[in-house]
Every structure is written in C-alpha cells, then in structure tokens.
Design a binder for this molecule. Structure first.
Ligand code: URP
Ligand code: ZN
Ligand code: ZN
Ligand code: ZN
Length: 484
C-alpha cells in the first residue's frame, strides 16, 4: 500500500518547491511531479512540511506529589492533532535510582504512544552509579542528552560541583548537557520570604522567579559547560538575560542552544494577576511567563538564529491538581500544556505576522531539533529515505482554541480563546494518516522509540577544538636552579 501527497508545495528548512511525495512502508520513497499511489491525499493550497518535533515534554511525570495528567496516549494524540509527529520526554530517576532502571519505567509508560518518541535522561542526583551507567545509556540505549535541574531545591536540583562532574563525563562520552537554568537557592529564599509576608497566591510564583535568577544560572551553566568542553542545550529560555547569555556565548564560538517555549512567546505575566485563582494557577510554570520586552527578545532570537528551537515543556495538570496549592503557591504543580497548539500558535504569531519565514518555521519546530538531538534526517526532513513524519499544512484553515475540543486530558487550555490560522489538513506518522481533514485516526501503540546516538558532529568538533587548545606545559630550554 503506497500513499501519495499530491499538488502541494514542499517546504523544508532550506527549500520551497512544488512536488508530490510518495510514501511506502512508512518511508519517503520519491519526491517529484505526477506521482501515483494507492491512496491519494490532496494537498492543493497546502505546504508539505516535516512533522513537528517537540523536544521537551513531560508525559505522566511524577512531580510535586502527583503525576502530570497527559500520558503517552493522550499527549501524542494532542501532538498529532496539532502537526507534531515526535516528542522527546524526560526520564526522571528517583533519588538513588539507577538511570537504566528509571528508563525501563519510561519505556513501559510509552508503549501506548501514537507517534514516535525519544527520551532525554535527567541527572537528578550524582554518584558512582550515575557515572557508571552514563555510557550504557548513550551507547546501548540511544539517549545522548542529559538534563540537569539548577532549580527545585530539595527535590531535583543538583549543585555546581555535581554539574561540573556530570558535564565532564558527558564531554568524555559524546553526550549533550541540558539545563533547567534558575538559581534554585535564591528561588527557595525568595519563596520563603514571599510566603512569610503573606504573598501566597499564584502571582507569588512569578515574584519568586524573576528573570535575573534565570540569567545568572544560564551564565553559570554556560561557563561550567565551557570548562568541561561539552555542548549545552538550555531548556525553556524565557527572558532577555538568559537569551543574552546564550547570544554572547554563541558569538564567542561556544556550542550553546536556547529553547524558547510557545507559551513564553505568546503569553505574558499579566496572567498571574488575573482575579480568578484558577486562571492564574493553571498558568504556573517555571520559569514563569514574562513581560513583552522579554517576549520581543525571544522572537528576535528566533529571527536571528541566536535561539534555535521552539518547544512546549508540555506538563499538564488539571485544575484539581493545581488546587493543591491553594494558600501556598509553592505547592501548585508547575507546568502547562501546549502540545496541540505549538505549531498553529507559532504559525499564527510567527509566520502570519512576518516574523518568521515558512522555512524558518520548519527549522525551529523540526529540522534544527532533529539536527541538535542527532536524529536527522530520519526525522525533521522531507527527503527520500526519511521517515514519512509529515504535516500537510493548510495556511487558510482556522479555529479558536478551546479546551472543549482539545485532545489533551486536562479541563482547560492556557491558550483558550486564541484564534489561530494555519492548521494541519493531514498529519502522517511514519506514513499512517493520523489526522485526516479534522478527523482523528490515531493508532494507540503505533509510536516507536527513536534512538539518538552520541558523539554527533558538534561533539566531535568541540572535542577536537578543546584538545587543540588544552593547557600544555611549556618546553623550556633552561630552568633556573632553585635558590636556597
Ligand atoms: O514548570 C515546569 N516547567 N514544569 C515541568 C518541569 C520542568 O521544569 O521542566
Ligand atoms: Zn525545567
Ligand atoms: Zn520541562
Ligand atoms: Zn493568540
């Protein structure tokens, strides 16, 4: 059974051209004019693009005394509905738990996925077991990215000495370091002070995590990564201070990538001052939403290339779960959803406004991600031999975002009421048409794990450079006698 996408315009990160796309056994087998297939999908008036890759999700994640409410079934269904065909989720080992053991738990949870997925590993504690298992995780299990939390003191946070030890190990093994960059010590102090002063509502969450704490941690992580000689990926970059640090590092030739979220690009801090407690608490996430100046900085980063990708950090909690924090904002489970809305929101606020070209849209939602995470061109490409993870994007299709029509399991949507123009007509996951002109045809369990090997090209270049510029003793011709 072959499928052909006909009459569309192929849009990749670097090219725009008219062609049909033929798919066989889940893979693209031909791109060109007048192709024939058993099943035909009409893409007249549409762009045929690589499906989105969301590099940052937390599906069924144990966090803050509960579990995030979208699992791998509802989460990947939401993803496909919005044109995303691959998600990368974080394995979170418990304190003292081995990396491989934790990873098995994630593999068990993800068998229900509707689209392909991969994992990042989190380094939530440091010790010999973690050190010893890192090579297995990279070389045998195809996970080359390791996230470190510089925040969530007393839970997931690791200190600078642990960061440095882990980054050194990753440099040696050809892995990529990731950081959640906020100064966790300062956040903990500010939180205690705010609560003591009676600032217990959700707005306290924003006050406790100002942009300075993110900027400082981003600078610190960049310095530690540079000392270790490891590439660094900064997740959920939300403010100018963090962007500035990344921009400066890039200008200095350092291998650093920044990942703004669609939420930070389009929603602002005024949400936390809403009179409705539920409204504000539903938007509590770390880092918090920022003001318009920070948003402008993030958009400029995408336009100039100093920020590389757009993610969601999809970590969806119901209103009931958010209410764990009534009377104490520090107990509101941190996280927001966005998997279904990332692509339409970015198209509407990015491409339709002229901030991004369609090719740049493909780059930041898919191709750059596949390249950085080392799964390109299996993913993130419209090329013969690539997986047929594709979205047939209709720039004229519109809707108003509403929880009442979403795929996500939660009872609200942080983008409720936003009008989007630009939506999938078809979404294909390895050739299977999971979204067919508004109709969901997902197959639970269709998703496969995507291995991402270590030692990608950036690792190799960086280790060559670090070796070349490493400190060396000077060969001296004469050494003076030690004086007595
Ligand atoms: O608030 C957030 N971002 N929740 C998910 C966990 C994390 O920090 O990425
Ligand atoms: Zn985080
Ligand atoms: Zn996250
Ligand atoms: Zn909007």
């Amino acid at each position: 059974m072959t499928t052909v996408i006909k009459n569309g315009t192929v849009v990749t990160a670097d090219l725009t051209y008219e062609a049909d796309v033929l798919i066989e056994n889940g893979v693209i087998t031909e791109i060109g004019p007048n192709l024939k297939g058993d099943e035909e999908l009409d893409a007249t008036g549409c762009y045929v693009m690589p499906g989105g890759i969301d590099p940052h999700t937390h599906l069924e994640m144990p966090f803050m005394g509960t579990y995030s409410s979208d699992n791998f079934e509802s989460g990947t269904r939401a993803a496909l509905s919005g044109g995303t065909t691959m998600v990368v989720d974080f394995v979170l080992p418990g304190q003292g738990q081995g990396l491989v053991d934790a990873m098995k738990g994630w593999h068990n949870k993800s068998t229900m996925a509707n689209c392909d997925y991969s994992f990042h590993m989190a380094v939530t504690w440091w010790g010999e077991k973690v050190f010893d298992e890192m090579p297995t995780v990279i070389n045998d299990h195809g996970i080359n990215t390791f996230k470190h939390f510089m925040a969530y003191k007393g839970a997931l946070m690791v200190n600078d000495d642990e960061l440095f030890a882990s980054f050194n190990r990753l440099a040696e093994l050809g892995g990529i370091a990731m950081v959640h960059a906020e100064n966790g010590d300062v956040v903990a102090e500010l939180t205690a002070k705010l609560l003591a002063e009676g600032n217990t509502g959700p707005e306290g969450h924003a006050y406790s995590r100002p942009s300075q704490v993110e900027g400082e941690a981003t600078n610190r992580a960049i310095m530690i990564a540079d000392m270790a000689g490891v590439p660094l990926y900064v997740v959920h970059t939300s403010c100018e201070e963090a962007h500035e640090a990344i921009r400066r590092a890039k200008m200095q030739g350092k291998r650093v990538w920044g990942e703004p979220l669609i939420q930070h690009l389009t929603l602002d801090e005024s949400e936390y001052f809403n009179k409705d407690w539920d409204h504000a608490a539903r938007r509590v996430m770390s880092p918090p939403f920022r003001n318009k100046q920070h948003q402008d900085s993030l958009w400029a980063g995408l336009q100039s290339g100093t920020l590389s990708v757009v993610a969601t950090d999809h970590c969806a909690f119901t209103t009931e779960q958010k209410r764990y924090g009534v009377g104490d904002f520090s107990k509101i489970p941190n996280g927001t959803g966005g998997l279904e809305d990332r692509m339409p929101m970015l198209w509407t606020h990015g491409v339709a406004t002229g901030r991004l070209t369609p090719n740049e849209f493909v780059a930041v939602t898919s191709t750059n991600i596949a390249k950085i995470l080392n799964c390109y061109p299996k993913k993130g490409a419209v090329l013969v031999g690539a997986d047929a993870d594709l979205v047939v994007w209709d720039p004229e299709k519109e809707k108003t975002i509403s929880a009442s029509t979403q795929q996500s399991a939660i009872d609200y949507n942080v983008f409720e009421g936003h009008h989007v123009k630009g939506l999938p007509r078809f979404t294909l996951t390895r050739g299977h048409v999971a979204v067919h002109d508004g109709e969901m045809r997902t197959q639970e369990g269709h998703g496969q794990f995507v291995k991402r090997p270590g030692n990608g090209t950036v690792n190799r270049a960086l280790s060559t450079w670090k070796e070349l510029t490493a400190p060396r003793p000077v060969e001296r011709t004469g050494i003076p006698a030690t004086g007595v």
